[in-house]
Design a protein. Structure first.
Lengths: 204, 287, 204
C-alpha cells in the first residue's frame, strides 16, 4: 500500500528547487516561512483540498512564492508525521502512509468499508457516465437503494448534472473531483481498465 | 462477500433468527430464514445467476438456460413470504428466466421475427454485469482515502476566540434537519444551484410547522423575511407536500385573509393572491 | 505571535523537564522521538480528544515516557502552526489562536454554516442519546464520517461517556451543556418535540 504512492514522489520531484531557497536572505526566508505557515493553516482549516490558484488568491502570492513556500512547508512537515499531498482538486494534508497501519489498528472505525452494492453502483457511474438511475438498475439488475445514492452524494463522489432526453427527463449522474481524490486518481483516464469480454466470458 | 462463505460457514454452529444452524450442507440446502441472509451476499439476481453459471462450470455464452432456470427457481422458492421485499428483484429475474425457458420449449417460429433473442439478451446483461463486478473490485483495490490513507484532523483555534462571532442556533434547525433527512429524495438535495430560498429548507420548515400545529394558513407558513421569492418557493413546497400526501387542503375560506395580521408585508403577499376575494389557503398535516 | 499563549506555557511549565531530555542518549532520544510521532499520528486521527490514559494504553507507554514524548512533540510543533492542547477530556491538536483571524477571513462560512450531515448526526445524538456510532449510522442509513464527529467534539457539543455492552464495546455519545447553550436551551426537555418519523417514513 505504501511505497508505490506515486503522487508523493511526484510532489517531491516538483519541489526539488529547495536548493533555490539557499540563495535567499534571512528576511526573505522569514517572509516565506510565514507564508508557509499561513498555507498550513488554510490547508488544515479547509474542508476540501485547496488549489494552487485558491492559495495564491487567498494569500496574494506569486506562483514563485507559492512554490517556494510549499517547499518550505513540506520540509517542515517532514520532521513530523504529515504529508503535503497534491490531488486532482488541490493540496491537502494527510497523515504519512507509513502510519496507516497504526491508525487502522487503534481506530478501526475510521476504516471506511464500502459494500459491494455501493462499489458496483459507483463503478457503473464512473465507467459509463453520465448515467441515469435507470441505467444503473439495468446494469446491476437490482432496484437502486436510495441509501446507496445518498451515501455517494454524502461523500461528494457523485453529482447530478443535466437530464437525459427521454421520458421523464431523468437526471444524469457524474463522478466528481472528490471521487478522484478519494481514490488517489488525478484523472478519469487513470481508472483501472475494464476487463475485456473474452476474459469475462470464460469466468474462472 | 463471496458465495463460498456458505461453505466456510460449514464448521460453525450458529443460530440465525430462530433457526439453529449447526452446519450448512454442501448441497446448499439452507433453512428458509437463513436463505434470505445467504442471498444477501449476492449483489442481486445477476450476481446470483453468475454464481450458478460458475457452479455449473460452463462458459457464460454456453449457459444452459434450462437447468440454470430450474436451479434458480428452486432456490428462490425457498424464500418465504416474509422476505418478499428482498425477493422483488429476484422474482423479476425469475419471470424473465421462465419467459426464456418457455420460448426455448416452443417450436421455433417459421418466420423470423424482429424481436431480439431473449437468451442472448440475458447473456449480454450478465456479461455487462460481470464486467462491472470485476472492475468494482479493481476500484476497491486502489489506495483509498479514509481506508488506506487518512486525512489529518485538527481542531480550530480556541472556541472562545472563534466563538466571538458565532451565531446562536435555533433548536428548530435540528428538527428541520430530521425532516429533511426523511423527506428529501436526497439525490436532489445536492443539485448545485444557488437558491436564495432553498426548497428543501422550506419543505422541512413547513412540515415541522404543520406537523406540530396541525393546521395553518398558507400565510402563516411563510417566513416573512424571505420576501416574494419566499412566497413562491413556499407555494412550490406546499405543492410538493400535497403531492406526497403529507399535507392536505382543508378549505379555501373567503375573507379570512383580513384576520391575519395585516401589517407591513401584506401588500407584497396580497399582490400575489390572484383575485380580490383574497381567499385563504388552509393546510392540514395528514401524516 | 505567541507570547500570550497560555496553554502552551502551561504545558511547558508542566513539562519543564525538557532539560531532562538533555541527559538522554541518542538511542533513547530516537526512541522518544518515535513515540512522539506516534502520539502525533493518533491525535491527528482521533475523532475525540485522547486522554493520557488512552495514549499510554494504545502505545504501551509509562507515564514518564508519555510526558517526555509530549514535551518533544510540543517542541516539534512549535516550528509550525499547531499546538498541543489539553482539555478536560484529553489532548488534541489545535491550530494556534493567532491564526483565528486568518481563518475567519478566508472561511467565514466555516463557523456559521452547519452542514446537513452534521445537523442530522447531532439530531440523532440529541434525541436518542446515549447512542453509539453504529446507532447513528443505522438511523441515517449512511456511514458516519470521522470528520463530522470530530467537528462535534471540537465544538464541545458531544462527549463520549460509557460503553454499550455489545460486541466491541462501542463508546456511547451524549450531548453536553455547551450544546444546550449553543441552541438556546436550558434543558434537554426543551428540545422541540420529535415528529412522528415512522409515519413520515411509512408514506409512499
Amino acid at each position: 500500500m505504501t511505497d508505490t504512492y506515486n503522487s508523493k514522489q511526484r510532489h517531491e520531484k516538483q519541489a526539488s528547487p529547495s536548493a533555490a531557497l539557499l540563495s535567499l536572505t534571512d528576511g526573505q526566508l522569514q517572509h516565506l516561512e510565514n507564508i508557509s505557515k499561513h498555507i498550513e493553516v488554510l490547508l488544515h482549516a479547509s474542508e476540501a483540498p485547496l488549489t494552487a490558484q485558491a492559495l495564491k488568491k487567498h494569500l496574494s502570492l506569486s506562483t514563485k512564492e507559492l512554490q517556494q513556500a510549499l517547499t518550505l512547508l513540506q520540509q517542515r512537515l517532514d520532521a513530523g508525521v504529515l504529508h503535503l499531498h497534491e490531488t486532482a482538486s488541490g493540496y491537502r494534508l494527510q497523515i504519512a502512509d507509513d502510519y496507516s497501519r497504526l491508525i487502522q489498528r487503534i481506530f478501526p472505525q475510521r476504516q471506511e468499508r464500502l459494500s459491494q452494492a455501493l462499489l458496483e453502483t459507483l463503478s457503473v457511474i464512473a465507467y459509463k457516465q453520465p448515467v441515469t438511475r435507470g441505467d444503473i438498475e439495468q446494469v446491476r439488475g437490482v432496484t437502486l437503494s436510495s441509501n446507496i445514492l445518498r451515501q455517494l452524494f454524502d461523500k461528494g463522489w457523485i453529482i447530478e448534472k443535466g437530464y437525459k432526453d427521454t421520458l421523464g427527463r431523468p437526471a444524469l449522474l457524474h463522478t466528481t473531483p472528490q471521487f478522484l481524490d478519494a481514490f488517489g486518481l488525478s484523472h478519469l483516464d487513470e481508472l483501472p481498465p475494464l476487463p475485456n469480454m473474452d476474459a469475462i466470458r470464460a469466468l474462472p | 462477500m463471496k458465495p463460498v462463505s456458505v461453505d466456510s460457514a460449514h464448521d460453525m454452529s450458529l443460530r440465525i433468527y430462530q433457526t439453529p444452524v449447526h452446519h450448512l450442507p454442501d448441497d446448499l440446502y439452507v433453512p428458509p430464514q437463513a436463505f434470505a441472509i445467504w442471498l444477501e451476499q449476492f449483489a442481486g439476481p445477476l450476481d446470483f445467476l453468475l454464481y450458478l453459471v460458475k457452479k455449473n462450470n460452463v462458459d457464460l455464452t454456453q449457459m444452459p438456460i434450462l437447468p440454470i432456470t430450474e436451479q434458480y427457481l428452486a432456490y428462490i422458492s425457498e424464500l418465504d413470504t416474509e422476505h418478499f421485499e428482498l425477493a422483488g428483484d429476484y422474482l423479476l429475474m425469475a419471470s424473465t428466466l421462465i419467459a426464456i425457458k418457455t420460448e426455448l420449449l416452443l417450436p421455433a417460429p417459421e418466420t423470423p421475427t424482429d424481436e431480439r433473442d431473449p437468451k442472448a439478451e440475458l447473456i449480454e446483461r450478465l456479461e455487462a454485469y460481470a464486467q462491472i463486478k470485476v472492475v468494482s473490485q479493481r476500484l476497491d483495490d486502489l489506495v483509498r482515502l479514509e481506508r488506506d490513507v487518512f486525512l489529518a484532523m485538527v481542531s480550530m483555534p480556541s472556541q472562545d476566540i472563534m466563538n466571538a462571532e458565532l451565531p446562536n442556533y435555533s433548536a428548530n434547525l435540528l428538527i428541520d434537519s430530521l425532516f429533511k433527512m426523511q423527506l428529501q429524495p436526497d439525490y436532489q438535495m445536492h443539485t448545485i444551484k444557488i437558491d436564495a430560498v432553498p426548497l428543501a429548507d422550506r419543505i422541512a420548515n413547513i412540515s415541522r410547522q404543520l406537523s406540530t400545529q396541525g393546521t395553518r394558513s398558507f400565510y402563516e407558513l411563510l417566513d416573512k423575511a424571505q420576501g416574494k421569492i419566499g412566497v413562491v418557493v413556499s407555494f412550490v413546497a406546499v405543492l410538493e407536500l400535497i403531492k406526497r400526501q403529507l399535507v392536505g387542503v382543508i378549505s379555501l375560506e373567503a375573507d379570512r385573509y383580513t384576520d391575519v395580521d395585516s401589517s407591513d408585508n401584506t401588500n407584497e403577499i396580497g399582490a400575489l393572491s390572484s383575485d380580490n376575494e383574497a381567499s385563504t389557503l388552509t393546510l392540514q398535516w395528514l401524516a
